[in-house]
Design a protein around this ligand. Structure first.
Ligand SMILES: [Zn+2]
Length: 473
């Protein structure tokens, strides 16, 4: 049975789905027409596989952050590229200025001996504490705004994207008062952060920032596909919304894996001892897990009574990784490790206790949870750094020369709606290349960076299938 299923899973199908999604529905921000089309596409795939599919329209508090403006005022005037974080507050039209104070990771302890009242804080982007919590702590400490410095190697010019809304899912009448952002928050690159830290080492620094963001309630579309086999079921979930740009690995690849798993398991539905419920979540990126928390709330009894496990598929294929980084609750650990030892040939398996990250909205219901992704070894990280410096940095410079991006980080009209961070990623360079032949030529001259990345995007999907097999074996 297992062999049959493994043999039927098609890498070609998965790749075709990813290609279709990224080419016809890029920038799947929850609450936009492309996100609605994506929900319809997921429903079509479920129906085609023989599952019962439905699209639920749910209200979601989402955010559309844009480029931010950051200017160093003293000691010398300098403009640094920046992104507004999701759910950040808008600054007044003239911006917000103040003295800059460095607060490390942005934990309470990092504020010891520092007076940040009325000042702008600079923190390190990390998961300890998360963006949302850094923002909340900065507000409690009296800071007026926070700048978060991206991680990565010192030369890294990529801008971070993310939300700073602490409330999990839609806020309730209570948490809208206590768990919503209280200040403007922006993200800057690792290298720009290094520049600011150098300045702070020499003396006082004043900055001015301006955020651009639209926060509001929109109708969001969640797709659910059900393969009925028994009352009990395994819940398989992955977000179908995405950031600006193509979002091939995060999470077109995950959605494509879900379509293929549904198709193949449906062929063998009479042999299944449990059903499968596929949840294509939305409001993940800019809403903080709106759909999965909505599903948990509205299906609480059924999930509590009949869901035997929750498997999350998010960002499954990462190019150049050789680790298998699994996260689970203890009840599932022996099971998936037994599968891994059978199925993972050349991957270094590592285990982590599942934290509340991604769409892990089912801890409270008591459902065993599992998810995994590729992980980098230190050597692979170093190789990525080399590749980025060789390929991505020259591409970014070409954008600057061609007027793709202004030096102040604002997008050229051709790129309106695309964040600076996304443009700096090689995936977005491909789209730009299609639009502008002159840029295309330049890309080829420096070694075809755009096409290299395009080929790279399909490779993780191929790997993903093997992992999909392992996870469902
Ligand atoms: Zn994701």
């Amino acid at each position: 049975m297992l062999e049959k299923i493994l043999a039927e899973l098609s890498v070609g199908n998965i790749r075709a789905h990813v290609k279709h999604i990224v080419e016809t529905m890029p920038s799947r921000l929850a609450g936009t027409p492309n996100a609605a089309r994506m929900a319809a596409y997921s429903a079509e795939q479920m129906t085609a596989a023989g599952l019962k599919a439905r699209i639920e329209t749910i209200p979601g508090l989402v955010s559309f952050p844009r480029e931010a403006e950051l200017t160093v005022l003293t000691p010398d005037e300098k403009i640094l590229p920046a992104n507004t974080f999701g759910h950040s507050l808008e600054t007044p039209p003239e911006g917000l200025s103040g003295e800059l104070v460095y607060v490390g990771s942005g934990h309470f302890a990092d504020y010891d001996g520092k007076d940040v009242a009325g000042k702008i804080t600079l923190s390190e982007l990390s998961y300890s504490p998360g963006r949302h919590e850094k923002q909340r702590i900065a507000g409690i400490m009296g800071s007026t705004a926070q700048i978060m410095r991206n991680w990565g190697f010192p030369e890294n010019t990529a801008l971070p994207l993310g939300s700073v809304k602490p409330a999990w899912g839609n806020p309730t009448p209570e948490t809208i008062k206590t768990e919503m952002p209280v200040m403007p928050c922006i993200g800057i690159s690792r290298s720009a952060g290094g520049y600011l830290l150098d300045l702070l080492g020499k003396g006082p620094v004043r900055v001015r920032l301006r955020t651009h963001v639209e926060n509001g309630w929109r109708d969001l579309q969640m797709t659910v596909g059900e393969l009925a086999a028994a009352e009990d079921f395994v819940l398989i979930g992955g977000h179908q919304d995405g950031w600006y740009g193509e979002g091939a690995p995060d999470n077109a690849a995950g959605n494509a894996c879900m379509y293929e798993l549904a198709r193949v398991f449906a062929i063998h539905r009479e042999k299944l001892r449990r059903g499968l419920v596929f949840g294509f979540w939305t409001g993940h990126e800019t809403g903080t897990m709106v759909a999965s928390s909505w599903f948990a709330d509205r299906n609480w009894d059924r999930v509590r009574e009949n869901a035997v496990a929750y498997m999350m598929i998010d960002q499954p294929g990462m190019l150049g990784t050789s680790r298998w980084s699994a996260h689970s609750t203890l009840e599932l650990r022996d099971f998936h490790q037994a599968v891994e030892s059978r199925m993972l040939r050349n991957r270094i398996a590592e285990w982590h206790r599942a934290p509340k990250t991604g769409d892990s909205s089912f801890f409270g219901v008591g459902i065993p949870t599992f998810w995994a992704e590729g992980g980098f070894t230190p050597e692979e990280l170093a190789a990525n750094r080399e590749r980025d410096l060789r390929v991505v940095a020259p591409l970014a410079r070409i954008h600057l020369r061609q007027g793709g991006l202004g030096l102040d980080g604002r997008a050229h009209p051709h790129l309106r709606g695309v964040s600076v961070g996304a443009v700096h990623r090689a995936g977005a360079a491909v789209r730009l290349r299609r639009r502008r032949r002159s840029v295309q030529k330049s890309h080829r001259r420096i070694g075809g960076g755009g096409t290299v990345r395009r080929a790279g995007e399909s490779r993780p999907t191929r790997r993903r299938v093997r992992r999909g097999r392992a996870a469902t074996g």
